[in-house]
Ligand binder design. Structure first.
Ligand code: SF4
Ligand code: SF4
Length: 168
């Protein structure tokens, strides 16, 4: 494909830039009167006019049953599918043969928030969440253990639905 080159000729004599300056200022003032699309984060957070998308994939959340036990049955699928290899699972089994996680940890620092763990979980136990404020001062604080994952209370992410690609 041919590339068009626009040649800008230098003015032969001195020119005034007042007109160009006024044009630029007019554009600036025009934008000042238009609605703002930015917010002063973190002083201003979610408002009625701006909501984080329901399909946002952020901080994980482990779901629990009525007795407060993790819904995870330690099947091993999520650490298997995780592309970032950031899920640590040590399975256990009780006297009745029910499997449960002895250790379940997610390193949120290594996680790429692909959502595969949520998609693959047969018990709908682990979810990525609609939450993004998980900054920490030390790297080890990014490793969420089972207790911490279960204590999260933010909404969980809705998965992408081919029948509703825009999430409406
Ligand atoms: S969201 Fe993706 S990268 Fe993060 S823990 Fe789940 S599977 Fe691994
Ligand atoms: S896929 Fe679900 S049930 Fe299986 S180990 Fe992961 S969280 Fe537990």
């Amino acid at each position: 494909m041919a590339i068009g080159v626009k040649v800008m000729r230098r003015p032969a004599q001195e020119v005034s830039y007042i007109r160009a300056t006024l044009k630029g200022m007019a554009l600036t003032f025009k934008h000042m009167l238009q609605p703002r699309y930015t917010m002063q984060y973190p002083e201003h957070r979610q408002t009625d006019t701006w909501q984080i998308a329901t399909r946002w994939r952020g901080t994980h959340r482990m779901m629990t049953d009525e007795q407060g036990r993790s819904k995870c049955v330690a099947c091993g699928l999520c650490p298997q599918v995780c592309p970032a290899n950031c899920i640590k699972l040590v399975p256990g089994e009780d006297e009745a043969g029910h499997r449960y996680p002895l250790i379940y940890e997610i390193d949120e620092f290594r996680c790429v928030f692909c959502g595969y763990c949520q998609e693959v979980c047969p018990e709908e136990a682990i979810h990525v969440g609609v939450h993004y404020e998980n900054a920490e001062y030390s790297r080890d604080r990014f490793v969420y253990d089972l207790e911490r994952l279960s204590a999260q209370s933010h909404p969980v992410s809705t998965l992408w639905d081919p029948a509703d690609p825009r999430g409406q």
